[in-house]
Design a protein around this ligand. Structure first.
Ligand code: FE2
Length: 276
């Protein structure tokens, strides 16, 4: 049977890539340290497969066809098309159709009806954390896209249910491999709206405390009440809720929180490593 190798979370921001060379040196150093420490923990998990949970920033889908949840079951994914990601070291990323289809079938049997794609392009949301964590070799990636961008979105409670389902799929996969979970996105940020660039540090710190506490009900209630005050990008924390539940709903270990006005995002990094 497959083994849960741990869950991890990291923020992303286009400007971390586009403006890297002009970011102040202390900002680059702090980001490098946070991604590096998260990447070291993920590498130590020796995952064969990473189920990465991220939004699709209008790369594969648009409002004419916008799934709430999509599983990428392809053997290969296209690397990012954004110009600011052109030096990302992978033009293609290996997938894992075996586990991707098992997750899909587990979902359908369990009363979930996700969309499915055999050929996804993974944008900066997927690739920037992988890049900055410098994972080498890069495990196979099974993408789990959550609509965090355009209302109506999957409820926070449903994201927790997806995490529980993901844990069930890992536990029931009849192959001796190690599967990690990586949530990309959040915390507060505001993009292309009147509050563009705002970082809500108060929200971010309360959100982190709720994840550390590990009470799923309280976490869901907090986010239902407060997520609308975290900027439109803050909805990406739904991905973290999936990871939280996939890890059994226990509190996470915060690796760093760093509000970075230069990249418009309240950035955080965290792990839910398996119980000893
Ligand atoms: Fe994003």
């Amino acid at each position: 049977m497959a083994t849960f190798a741990g869950a991890f979370a990291a923020s992303h921001a286009p400007l971390i890539a586009r403006d890297w060379d002009i970011l102040p040196a202390p900002v680059r150093a702090r980001l490098t340290d946070a991604f590096g420490r998260t990447g070291a923990r993920l590498a130590a998990a020796h995952a064969d497969v990473i189920v990465e949970i991220a939004p699709d920033h209008w790369t594969n889908f648009f409002i004419d066809n916008l799934p709430s949840v999509c599983i990428g079951v392809g053997a290969e994914h296209e690397g990012p098309r954004e110009p600011f990601m052109r030096t990302f070291p992978h033009r293609t990323l290996r997938g894992d159709p075996g586990f991707g289809n098992h997750l899909l079938e587990t979902a359908l049997r369990g009363g979930f009806e996700p969309s499915v794609s055999h050929r996804l392009c993974l944008d900066h949301g997927f690739c920037l954390p992988l890049w900055k964590m410098a994972l080498d070799p890069l495990p196979a990636i099974v993408p789990l896209i959550i609509n965090d961008l355009e209302p109506p979105m999957p409820s926070v409670a449903r994201c927790a249910a997806w995490g529980t389902l993901l844990a069930e799929a890992i536990a029931s996969y009849p192959h001796d491999i190690r599967i990690a979970v990586l949530a990309s996105g959040g915390l507060s940020h505001s993009i292309g709206e009147s509050t563009m660039g705002a970082i809500e540090e108060g929200f971010d710190r309360e959100c982190i405390a709720a994840f550390q506490q590990g009470d799923t009900g309280a976490l869901v209630r907090f986010l239902d009440a407060e997520l609308s005050h975290a900027g439109n990008g803050g909805h990406e924390v739904r991905n973290w809720v999936v990871a939280h539940a996939a890890a059994g709903g226990r509190g996470f270990s915060l690796l760093d929180y760093y509000a970075v006005p230069e990249v418009y995002v309240g950035c955080a990094w965290a792990t839910w490593e398996p119980a000893a």
